[in-house]
Design a protein around this ligand. Structure first.
Ligand code: ZN
Length: 301
């Protein structure tokens, strides 16, 4: 069962993954469509700050269309993790993402950090996000990425209940793995596509005074060098390169040029499977690996 801590060994690493069709490694581009919501969650009063709101709106108004053009030029399909609030505020944009053939996945409603929420509260946020994506774009997502990458020990069960096929919020591996399964009639399983703070543009570029960000704005050449190093090693090790990009940050011209260079590198690596996270998850689920939810640490008395 999915959340039975006693049946799992916390020291078991993820099993090697074999990739399909002669591929030797995988990569996936995830665009988190955070906009005003991520600011409103941090500080609801920020809605009165027009400039801060406009910084966030750069994503849907300028960044996402540019990202879509870039992906189209290279015929790359990606995953767009969309908060329900963004979907409702920019419905035409979400439908454009859908119509371009990209995957749309769940990313909370108001980009809520669910750590500390009750199980019922977490379930309500999941359902509200699902309703928004359905109402706006007729999408029933199979993928979930927790806002702020904050999940709980209840999350996998809640995702199984709602038919999700994968989560992409955990960091204990760089290989996808089976996160949980529910045997018996109507058997289901859910895969983890792990993430990493080092493969996220937030740490490089997020800067809004008195709201969030590390307080620095890095050179796109630095993130390109970091990400290229991780990409080439993931390729060499048969692993999975999972990049998280926010269009309100990386939609800026110089940063987008760096992303284009990274995509060009991806396309030159032999046997690299560049696909939406949904496709990777579907493959890993088919391998029928043993689930490896690691048990919640106990603090000895
Ligand atoms: Zn986000």
């Amino acid at each position: 069962m999915a959340a039975d801590p006693g049946s799992h060994d916390a020291t078991t690493p993820a099993a090697p993954v074999t990739w399909p069709g002669g591929y030797q490694a995988a990569a996936t581009l995830g665009f988190d469509m955070d906009a005003e919501d991520v600011a409103l969650t941090v500080d609801p009063e920020s809605r009165h700050r027009l400039s801060a709101m406009s910084h966030q709106a750069y994503g849907p108004l300028t960044g996402v269309p540019r990202v879509l053009d870039l992906l189209e030029r290279y015929e790359v399909r990606a995953t767009f993790f969309c908060p329900g609030y963004t979907a409702e505020r920019y419905p035409d944009l979400l439908r454009r993402v859908r119509d371009a053939g990209h995957e749309i996945a769940h990313h909370g409603y108001l980009h809520e950090a669910i750590a500390g929420m009750s199980r019922d509260q977490e379930a309500a946020v999941l359902d509200r996000g699902l309703e928004a994506l359905d109402r706006v774009a007729g999408v029933r997502p199979v993928g979930y990425r927790a806002p702020m990458w904050e999940t709980t020990y209840a999350s996998a069960e809640l995702l199984l209940d709602r038919g999700f096929a994968y989560d992409s919020s955990l960091m204990d591996s760089d290989l996808p793995y089976q996160l949980a399964e529910r045997p018996g009639e109507g058997a289901r399983s859910i895969v983890e596509i792990p993430v990493s703070w080092a493969l996220d543009d937030w740490e490089q570029f997020a800067f809004v005074p008195e709201l969030f960000g590390p307080g620095v704005i890095e050179d796109p050449a630095k993130s390109l060098a970091m990400w290229t190093a991780e990409l080439t090693e993931a390729h060499r090790h048969g692993s999975c390169f999972t990049l998280t990009v926010h269009p309100f940050l990386s939609g800026r011209l110089g940063r987008l040029r760096a992303l284009e260079t990274l995509i060009q590198t991806m396309l030159t690596l032999p046997g690299l499977w560049l696909a939406p996270a949904r496709d990777l998850a579907e493959h890993v689920r088919s391998l029928d690996l043993t689930p490896r939810v690691f048990p919640q640490p106990e603090i000895p008395a």
